[in-house]
Design a protein around this ligand. Structure first.
Ligand SMILES: Cc1cc2nc3c(=O)[nH]c(=O)nc-3n(C[C@H](O)[C@H](O)[C@H](O)COP(=O)(O)OP(=O)(O)OC[C@H]3O[C@@H](n4cnc5c(N)ncnc54)[C@H](O)[C@@H]3O)c2cc1C
Length: 347
């Protein structure tokens, strides 16, 4: 694999130095909480018109996961450039190290491929080994430049191999923070919760609600393209779930979500009551959607309602017109050739 920043003569390039150091330290220092896993597609299911569930399996999954519920646990899918092998980050054994991402970015962009973020919808043990479900939104890039993640999921079929980055169960200790494993849900003891998201947040909202205990109250709002995308989510909690379908009423993306959240929390609600009493420890807001939607909701929740952003999780899962997960995607107009797309690690 070509290293884009390789220097001639002198000391070895930074990436190689870092890798050599990481290899040396691997025996004595605590392992990185994330690693590379080799998996294969076991099943593909058309969940709803806009969601495809891909179930992955493979012996590597025996050491994948976190202690407890996966909540909004994020993984990274490595997507190869067509006709090229996957550019694997980290050490030959799959371990990652501080700086692995910068080293991965040094790989020639025409060979490197892409990294995209997805949520663990479910992880379970079966008689045939562990299985991991990822629910992909089947979106298309309106400008026709391609969308590596969605395109990959559209073509996925049983037997196809894939490489993911996720939490290494063997490396996670009591000192590991959930955020280091890819979990952002952190209500810090709050018993009133607000969840709001677009279709990319459906897997996370589903997994979070399934894990919430009975004494948690609150509201969840989910905007999806079509009413046929509504899903059954079971929860023991007292959180009500409102599904919103934008194409049914021809609403612009995010509009229904922002308006409905605003209406819901501006009426009498546990949210408003606790916000008014400035008891921020009692409530927790979790928002994940397109960047513009998150910006608008953040503005409202933080500036009008008094939600403490440090005690909330308000995260862009993707950006309209930009390639890459999260808020740091790069403008799609600059990306005439897919090889030039660069991934984002922000999500
Ligand atoms: C923590 C985290 C968890 C996530 N979990 C999931 C998940 O479980 N399932 C899931 O499907 N997505 C999830 N996402 C969102 C996903 O990473 C992005 O949608 C990503 O951009 C998809 O990559 P792509 O290669 O398909 O498209 P890109 O190459 O990134 O984008 C190509 C074009 O498509 C547009 N685009 C990207 N995503 C969408 C979309 N959803 N709808 C319409 N247009 C879009 C872009 O603006 C761009 O114009 C998550 C993101 C984060 C940060």
């Amino acid at each position: 694999m070509a290293a884009a920043s390789a220097v001639k003569g002198g000391s070895p390039p930074l990436g190689l130095q870092r890798k050599a150091r990481a290899l040396k330290e691997a025996e004595s220092s605590p392992a990185h909480p994330l690693r590379v896993f080799d998996v294969a597609v076991r099943r593909v299911a058309e969940l709803t018109p806009n969601f495809r569930r891909i179930t992955f399996a493979g012996a590597d999954l025996d050491s994948f996961g976190v202690p407890g519920a996966s909540l909004d646990l994020r993984i990274k899918l490595l997507l190869p450039v067509p006709m090229h092998p996957v550019s694997r980050p980290g050490l030959p054994g799959g371990q990652l190290y501080e700086g692995w991402y910068q080293d991965w970015l040094r790989i020639d962009p025409s060979e490197r491929g892409w990294l995209r973020s997805y949520t663990v919808r479910a992880l379970r043990a079966t008689a045939q080994g562990r299985e991991l479900d990822i629910d992909f939104v089947m979106h298309s890039d309106s400008a026709g430049h391609g969308a590596p993640g969605s395109d990959w999921a559209r073509a996925a079929a049983p037997g196809m191999r894939a490489v993911i980055i996720g939490p290494d169960a063997n490396a996670i200790t009591r000192a590991t923070l959930p955020s280091e494993t890819g979990i952002r849900w952190d209500p810090q003891g709050a018993r009133h919760v607000l969840l709001a998201g677009d279709e990319t947040a459906v897997p996370a909202i589903g997994a979070i609600l399934e894990a919430l205990p009975a004494d948690v109250t609150g509201m969840a709002f989910v905007e999806v393209p079509d009413s046929r995308d509504f899903q059954d989510i079971r929860t023991e909690s007292d959180v009500s779930v409102t599904w919103l379908a934008r194409t049914t009423v021809n609403a612009p993306r995010g509009r229904l979500l922002c308006d409905t959240v605003r209406r819901a929390v501006s009426g009498p609600s546990p949210f408003q009551a606790t916000a008014a009493a400035a008891s921020t420890t009692e409530m927790y807001a979790w928002v994940a959607a397109e960047a513009g939607t998150v910006k608008e909701l953040r503005q409202y929740l933080v500036h009008h309602l008094g939600v403490d952003p440090r005690r909330s999780e308000l995260r862009a899962y993707w950006s309209q017109g930009k390639a890459g997960s999260g808020s740091n995607g790069i403008p799609i107009q600059q990306e005439a050739r897919p090889q030039q797309l660069s991934p984002s690690l922000s999500g």
